[in-house]
Design a binder for this molecule. Structure first.
Ligand code: CP
Ligand code: NVA
Length: 300
């Protein structure tokens, strides 16, 4: 049976650590210049309904380093569900390529791709989750903190796709998660009702107290541009700035999935400051996604 990676729940705890182990090896090989063409002659189709810098470049570069090839399909190319139905697109791609990665609006689109494709499908971000990002982020935490044992992560801002994936990850892996959002912007209830280690609050200061990692993301996600001005007002108390961080642990780390809206959810001095590891996260998108692709292709 082929496996897909659509949400954090698609992987069990031990499988997440298998992917981390493989990512570590692939990262070492790449740093030492050791060839690792494990996916030689394989092709990845990258389907995008939304813009991207990191996801596109890391998947494409990753496939090149693994000896394969990636095809970028821009929003206007496929027009999923308009020019052609999602199942038909999946059935066509399955006859030609070896893996599909899709960045979509409705999560159902990536589910329908997976349901109809005979090859692995990876979620490169949907309105519901961004699991590749959370894999890269947690891998980055293990590099900086040694492990995920006794880690408290504070997520401050919008209870969005990135936040939902953290909630799911916390349920699987057991790290503590403090989430501070304005009222009405909490993560998916379906996710939080099952969570055991998640604390929801409307107070950023409460969330960051004793947190090892302080994480934020944009206040208006892709597809919510029309709400951006309203959200700027609603979220202004949720900015990660040096005043807020006066209450943070001395050895806290600052994370952001990027792109950042500097001056909104995070200030320049924080994102460029000594606690920030945002570009380590960005780099690790490359290594973790190479690992996810190899894991999905080799194991199943
Ligand atoms: N973090 C992230 O997914 O970045 P892009 O939107 O640029 O791909
Ligand atoms: N929550 C953001 C993440 C971007 C990588 C969005 O969906 O736009």
């Amino acid at each position: 049976m082929k496996r897909d990676f659509l949400t954090m729940e698609c992987l069990k705890k031990n499988e997440i650590f298998e992917v981390f182990e493989l990512a570590k090896k692939l990262k070492e090989s790449q740093k030492k210049g050791i060839e690792h063409r494990i996916l030689k002659d394989k092709t990845l189709a990258m389907v995008f309904e939304k813009p991207s810098l990191r996801t596109r470049v890391t998947f494409e570069t990753g496939m090149t380093q693994l000896g394969g090839h990636a095809i970028y399909l821009a929003p206007a190319d496929i027009q999923l569900g308009k020019r052609e139905s999602v199942p038909d697109a999946a059935l066509n791609l399955s006859r030609w390529v070896d893996i599909i990665m899709a960045r979509v609006f409705a999560h159902k689109t990536v589910e329908d791709l997976a349901k109809n494709a005979t090859i692995p499908v990876i979620n490169g971000l949907s309105d519901l989750e961004h699991p590749c990002q959370i894999m890269a982020d947690l891998f980055t935490v293990t590099e900086h903190k040694g492990s995920l044992e006794n880690i408290t992560l504070a997520f401050v801002g919008d209870g969005n796709n990135v936040c939902n994936s953290f909630v799911a990850a916390s349920t699987i892996l057991g790290f503590r998660l403090h989430i501070a959002t304005p009222a009405g912007y909490e993560p998916e209830r379906n996710y939080t009702v099952r969570a055991k280690n998640v604390v929801l609050t409307n107070e950023p200061r409460e969330a960051i107290r004793n947190a090892d990692i302080i994480y934020t993301d944009v206040w208006a996600s892709m597809g919510q541009e029309i709400e951006a001005e309203k959200r700027k007002k609603t979220f202004s108390r949720f900015q990660i700035n040096s005043d807020l961080l006066r209450d943070a642990k001395e050895d806290h780390l600052i994370m952001h999935c990027l792109p950042a809206h500097r001056g909104e959810e995070i200030t320049d001095e924080v994102i460029d400051g000594p606690h920030s590891i945002v570009f380590d996260e960005a780099e690790n998108r490359l290594h973790i996604q190479k690992s996810i692709m190899v894991w999905l292709c080799q194991k199943y």
